[in-house]
Structures are given as structure tokens and as C-alpha cells.
Design a protein around this ligand. Structure first.
Ligand code: NI
Length: 182
């Protein structure tokens, strides 16, 4: 396995719409290894989610995993999720604002409104269909990661930039609370 380099804001790959993954491609051992590398990269860099364009592959693949750690003691447990070709349906008009960060936007935090509940349809790493509802933390992470597949970053979803904050200032001036580095 390998630690992959992270594409940073300004790299055009973060602004491209990612391509769907075909069944044959998914069965390729090299692609399965790539998914393992994504998981390792997310975990080693203390992220709770990662999208393939963030590691320079414009494909519709995301990984999500969260649990309590020394860095994020309050992070909820989300078991490891690998999702290919995901589609989101918003189940609630209602939005909630929460802090987000992103491995592609080092050391920035901002408040982002997100739908409370979503349904996700997609495929697992064996290309078997999967469909589930999510709310709260997982719903936010899913929306953030699936945005990456559409060439969007969390800044695009902020209503204004008054809460856009460097991490050091965030810890100094804003109430510390669980944050998502995705
Ligand atoms: Ni991100």
C-alpha cells in the first residue's frame, strides 16, 4: 500500500467532474489496490473521508471512515465505507450548519449548510449496488465527498465567508467542537 499525494485547491483536477467507474475497471486488481491506497491515505492523514480526485484520479470513488481519535475525540463512529458512482437524494429541505475542513484546503475551516438527511445510491468495491439513508455527521461527510466528484469544494457551499478561518484561529477564537477534515 502507498500513501498518495493530495491535490490542493487550485489544481484543476479538483474542478473536473469525475468519470463513473466501469465494472471491468473495478475488477482490475490495480484499481482495488488504488482503493486500499485511498483508505490508507485518508487514515494516515487523519481525514474522515477522501474522494479520488483529491488523489489525482478523476473517478467517482469515495472512502469514508471515522472514529474517536486523539485528534478528534468526539468524532462519531462511522465504519469503513467505500462507495463507487454514488448518487445523492436530499430528503429534507432543512439544512444545518456545521464546521468543515478538507485535506485539499490545508488548515482552513468554515461553516457550511448541509441537508440534514440524504439517501445515497451507489456501488460497493465489488460493484454490488448499495442504497442507504444517512443523517447527521455521515450525511455531511457524504455530501462533502460527493461534491468533490462534481468538482465542488466546501467553499462553494458556504453562504458567506465570515466564518472562513485558519485552524490556529479556529482553535483560538471559535468554540472547539468536532470538525470534519474530509
Ligand atoms: Ni474535501
Amino acid at each position: 500500500m502507498a500513501l498518495l499525494e493530495i491535490a490542493k485547491l487550485g489544481n484543476p483536477i479538483l474542478r473536473k467532474i469525475a468519470e463513473p467507474i466501469a465494472v471491468e475497471e473495478c475488477r482490475d486488481p490495480a484499481f482495488q489496490l488504488f482503493l486500499d491506497d485511498m483508505i490508507e491515505t485518508m487514515q494516515k492523514r487523519d481525514g474522515v473521508g477522501l474522494a479520488a480526485p483529491q488523489v489525482f484520479r478523476s473517478k467517482q470513488a469515495i472512502v469514508i471512515h471515522s472514529g474517536s481519535s486523539s485528534r478528534y475525540p468526539d468524532a462519531p463512529d462511522v465504519s469503513l465505507l467505500v462507495l463507487l458512482n454514488p448518487r445523492l437524494t436530499f430528503l429534507s429541505e432543512e439544512k444545518v450548519e456545521g464546521w468543515e475542513g478538507c485535506l485539499s484546503l490545508d488548515n482552513l475551516r468554515g461553516k457550511v449548510p448541509r441537508s440534514l438527511r440524504v439517501t445515497v445510491d451507489g456501488f460497493n468495491r465489488s460493484m454490488e449496488p448499495m442504497s442507504f439513508e444517512a443523517e447527521g455527521f455521515l450525511s455531511v461527510v457524504l455530501q462533502h465527498e460527493i461534491d468533490h466528484l462534481q468538482g465542488k469544494v466546501f467553499l462553494d457551499r458556504m453562504e458567506d465567508f465570515s466564518t472562513l478561518t485558519h485552524l490556529a484561529e479556529f482553535e483560538r477564537y471559535w468554540i472547539p467542537q468536532p470538525t470534519e477534515v474530509v
